[in-house]
Ligand binder design. Structure first.
Ligand code: ADP
Ligand code: MG
Length: 205
């Protein structure tokens, strides 16, 4: 892939997850079961190990392999959801190499997460970071932005979406069991999803 190196994206996401694992778990301790950091660490370490063992660097193959590893190794809700993201991304990216291919595949990944988890924006989930990022990418393509401009806009959108989860009442996932008591805490999955977008910016060629 010319615009974003898929394997570099997966590796950068794994590194950011590793760096932020304690925070992800602390956020999940407040409104969940205190395992989001360890879930993501386990899954992404396995995804990197699979990359090390694999011969291919075709974007669709790398993304599909990552999806299957995440689904297999993460027990929590986030495993199938991130797995679905990468699986749908794989299906849409094929061997496309332009910014528009990445943006289309990112949108397909988000649509997969929504189809699987049935969360809307403002349900206080990873969708609250991924959806503004997808919108920012679409907008960047529409105005002819460079890949770097597009990814910068996506990171900013994902991070403000993540921050905006704090006052929300969770309507999906484990945090929804807390009802109004979930308000006042940043969503762990939106936090890791913002790292996924930041990792994509780091993987720009
Ligand atoms: P679990 O909730 O099974 O312990 P994790 O702690 O790894 O799994 O992940 C929790 C995160 O998953 C939440 O913070 C939220 O962002 C995300 N999540 C949970 N349910 C959904 C859903 N239905 N749709 C989208 N994201 C969800
Ligand atoms: Mg959890």
């Amino acid at each position: 892939m010319t615009v974003i190196d898929l394997a570099a994206w997966v590796r950068a996401f794994a590194a950011l997850v590793e760096e932020n694992a304690a925070e992800l778990t602390a956020l999940d301790a407040a409104i969940g079961d205190a395992d989001h950091g360890t879930n993501m660490q386990r899954g992404m370490a396995a995804a990197v190990a699979a990359l090390d063992d694999s011969a291919t660097d075709a974007p669709g193959e790398v993304s599909k392999q990552t999806a299957l590893v995440l689904i297999r190794t993460i027990g929590g809700a986030s495993g199938p959801l991130y797995g679905t993201f990468f699986l749908r991304f794989a299906g849409a990216i094929e061997n496309g190499s332009e910014l528009t291919d990445f943006v289309r595949a990112f949108r397909a990944g988000l649509d997969g997460v929504i189809a699987r988890g049935k969360a809307d924006v403002e349900d206080k989930t990873m969708v609250d970071a991924l959806s503004p990022a997808a919108d920012a990418l679409d907008k960047a393509v529409a105005v002819g932005a460079t890949p770097a401009e597009a990814l910068n806009a996506a990171v900013a959108a994902a991070e403000s979406g993540r921050d905006a989860t704090t006052p929300l009442i969770a309507r999906k996932g484990r945090a929804s069991y807390l009802g109004e008591r979930s308000a006042g805490h940043q969503d762990p999955g939106a936090t890791s999803a913002a790292l996924l977008v930041r990792a994509a910016r780091e993987a720009l060629r």
